[in-house]
Write a protein that binds this ligand. Structure first.
Ligand SMILES: Nc1nc(=O)c2c([nH]1)NC[C@@H]1CN(c3ccc(C(=O)N[C@@H](CCC(=O)O)C(=O)O)cc3)C=[N+]21
Ligand SMILES: [Mg+2]
Length: 296
């Protein structure tokens, strides 16, 4: 038996097309085009590739893309001054500062400087608090994309056992919050978890976000489980996820591939958050075009 491969790339293309329609409707209602500002510090080639593909997707959705490149040795105060300027710029609805930042920069100081109502990454502590308390805010893009794929694959998630492997502020913690809101029974596992295989064996839903190539083994899985692989690991053999894909395919019910799974959803959700921000800032109600009611 072979699992369904969840086509995140195709789902993301559909979502980006609907965001594009929403951009046109917003422009008709407000006379404005939404804008996303991306700040890149330094010359890390992988980060430069991501920033370029974000800019391209932003323009393809009909939005303005503003790119700010700063040298790797930039003063923290100069970076904060760029953020202050973007916070005050009426053309900018979303601000993303590409992570990781160089070691001399205090990442938390930078994240907390962004206006929470322009924080389309959803990384500001105010947005983490809003998510945890069920208030409207910005949901981090990768976990939001994972929930869309889960609902598209499984329908209602209520009552399902979910295991999130990883406890980062960017993925693991917000992922757990979203699954709680979907009425899953959520376990968060991490590097100190005893008997990870035993924890994974109980799960209907497995979210792998550890950052270690092919660490989650197919034989750990409950037969029929839905496996969402957030990992992007560059190895000698190419790009692989945190899940042993071949092993998972013979046990799971459905699996996201790497590439072509969660990654494209992250960018599509970033565009969607920017469109949401533009509507909120203009006081224009947004028309939802969700295929499954799952785009939250
Ligand atoms: N402030 C901030 N926000 C981010 O959202 C953020 C960040 N910093 N720093 C870096 C990570 C990484 N990230 C990815 C986005 C899309 C793909 C993606 O589209 N991947 C494709 C292609 C992968 C490839 O070929 O490299 C795929 O998985 O199919 C991957 C990774 C966003 N990040
Ligand atoms: Mg740092």
């Amino acid at each position: 038996m072979s699992a369904q491969i969840i086509d995140g790339k195709a789902f993301a293309a559909g979502l980006r097309a609907r965001v594009g329609e929403g951009v046109a409707a917003f422009h008709a209602a407000s006379g404005r085009v939404p804008g996303l500002a991306v700040v890149l510090v330094g010359e890390d080639p992988a980060s430069a590739v991501y920033v370029r593909s974000k800019g391209k997707a932003t323009r393809e959705a009909g939005m303005q893309s503003f790119e700010h490149r700063l040298p790797a040795d930039v003063d923290q105060d100069d970076l904060l001054a760029v953020i202050d300027r973007l916070n005050g710029d009426a053309e900018v609805d979303g601000i993303l500062v590409q992570l990781p930042l160089p070691p001399h920069i205090d990442e938390q100081a930078v994240i907390t400087r962004i206006d929470p109502d322009k924080d389309v990454d959803g990384f500001h502590p105010v947005n983490a608090g809003r998510l945890a308390t069920g208030l409207d805010g910005f949901v981090p893009c990768t976990p939001a994309g994972c929930v869309m794929l889960l609902k598209d694959t499984l329908g209602d998630l209520s009552g399902l056992d979910a295991v999130v492997i990883g406890r980062s502020n960017i993925v693991g913690k917000p992922m757990a919050q979203l699954l709680i809101a979907e009425s899953c029974t959520v376990t968060v596992a991490h590097s100190r978890t005893r008997d990870l295989a035993g924890v994974v064996a109980r799960a209907d839903i497995v979210i792998a976000a550890v950052g270690r190539a092919e660490m989650i083994k197919g034989e750990w899985l409950k037969p029929g489980a839905c496996v969402i692989d957030v990992g992007i690991n560059r190895t000698a053999a190419g790009l692989v996820g945190d899940v042993d894909f071949a092993g998972a395919m013979s046990v799971a019910g459905a699996v996201t591939p790497v590439p072509g799974g969660v990654g494209p959803m992250t960018i599509a959700c970033l565009l969607r958050n920017t469109l949401i921000s533009a509507h909120r800032r203009a006081g224009v109600p947004m028309i939802e075009t969700a295929p499954n009611g799952g785009e939250r």
